[in-house]
Design a protein around this ligand. Structure first.
Ligand code: IPM
Ligand code: MG
Length: 357
């Protein structure tokens, strides 16, 4: 099959890790007889330097015209002085909004080979965990009204969280359907003891839950969820939550797997066109040094094959190759233990491609 993939490498380690994922995709194409064509677009700091804006129209239109988008990372100290709408991160937020990607899937599982890398106590990781975080991605406080104003106590700033019933319903359906394909356990995370949006969230998720009687639904307050993730992560199957809570909890979930360098994500809307990106950032401190771990981006490409292109077998083979590389002791710096030989981004990619062959 032919697919047209938009590549948005972005800043920092973005070009290196997207380059690795493309090499893996090319291997899949030749092994399974597909053809992937790529168009590259600028976003983030790279786009600001070149065009003056974080998300040029050409990038938005190119992504909308593609079958799917593979995204690296955006941002860096060079652009930290810029204000809200001019920042590199705005590229990602705008792209998610214009592509209407309201569902963000962030899987966090512990590999047996990496149990020693988890910061959690051995008796906790020994239980294992395999969590799917379903994060609402185009609503809530990241997209609400914001600004500066003069208040009673002087100058102040505000951001607003709002959720419509429709926005909660559609993400709830995705979460229940995701749970149905897994262990049929859904934890809805909110802050209903304080926030009105959370009370609407809770009531709506429960109403939608009536359509999925096989799924065991429970609620958890976000502060408790943050604690439970490190206390007993094996209790979770699927977690559904709002944009900001999902942003925070997914970083936490990634770190307990051993490294944020391992976590992939997919962002989808109603159709099959999605945006796939590692959940980590642009890591400007190691950009250009070859130290980046390409695994999160390679696994994001696997998610693209599975969710956007329906290529299950191909996605499985990438995931198996990554697992094999980790099992056989191949390590980039972020997951290396004492005495391990540290592979560069390219070398780790070579190893994974070797296992694909
Ligand atoms: C993420 C990132 C983004 C987000 C930033 C870069 C806008 O942290 O994908 O988790 O907050 O969604
Ligand atoms: Mg984040």
């Amino acid at each position: 099959m032919n697919f047209n993939i938009a590549l948005v490498k972005g800043d920092g380690i973005g070009p290196e890790i997207v380059g690795s994922a493309v090499r893996v995709l090319d291997e899949i194409a030749s092994k399974y007889g597909h053809s992937f064509s790529y168009n590259e677009y600028l976003a983030g700091g790279a786009a600001i330097d070149e065009t003056g804006v974080p998300l040029p129209d050409e990038t938005r239109e190119g992504c909308l015209a593609s079958d799917s988008v593979l995204f690296g990372a955006v941002g860096g100290p060079k652009w930290d002085h810029l204000g809200g709408d001019e920042r590199p991160e705005k590229a990602l937020l705008k792209l998610r909004a214009s592509m209407e990607l309201f569902t963000n899937l962030r899987p966090a599982r512990i590999y047996d080979a990496l149990k020693a890398d988890s910061p959690l106590r051995a008796d906790i990781v020994d239980e294992g965990f395999d969590i799917m975080i379903v994060r609402e991605l185009t609503g809530g406080i990241y997209f609400g009204e914001r600004g500066r104003r003069d208040g009673d106590k002087g100058p102040e700033a505000y951001d607003t969280e709002s959720y419509s019933v429709m926005e909660i319903e559609r993400i709830a359906h995705v979460a229940f359907q995701t749970a149905m394909k897994r262990r049929k356990k859904l934890t809805s995370v909110d802050k209903a003891n304080v926030l009105e949006t959370s009370r609407l969230w809770r009531e709506t998720v429960h109403r939608i839950g009536e359509q999925y009687p096989e799924v065991e639904l429970s609620d958890m307050l976000v502060d408790n969820a943050a604690m439970q993730l490190v206390r007993n992560p094996s209790q979770f199957d699927v977690i559904v939550t709002s944009n900001m809570f999902g942003d925070i909890l997914s970083d936490e979930a990634s770190q307990i797997t051993g490294s944020i360098g391992l976590l992939a994500s997919s962002s989808l809307g109603e159709g099959t066109r999605g945006l796939y990106e590692p959940i980590h950032g642009s890591a400007p401190d190691i950009a250009g040094t070859g130290k980046a771990n390409p695994i999160a981006t390679i696994l994001s490409a696997a998610m693209m094959l599975r969710y956007s292109f329906g290529l299950e077998r191909e996605a499985d083979s990438i995931e198996a190759a990554v697992e094999k590389a980790l099992c056989e002791g191949h390590r980039t710096g972020d997951i290396a233990g004492e005495g391990d030989r540290i592979l560069s981004c390219d070398e780790m990619t070579d190893v994974i491609i070797g296992y694909l062959r």
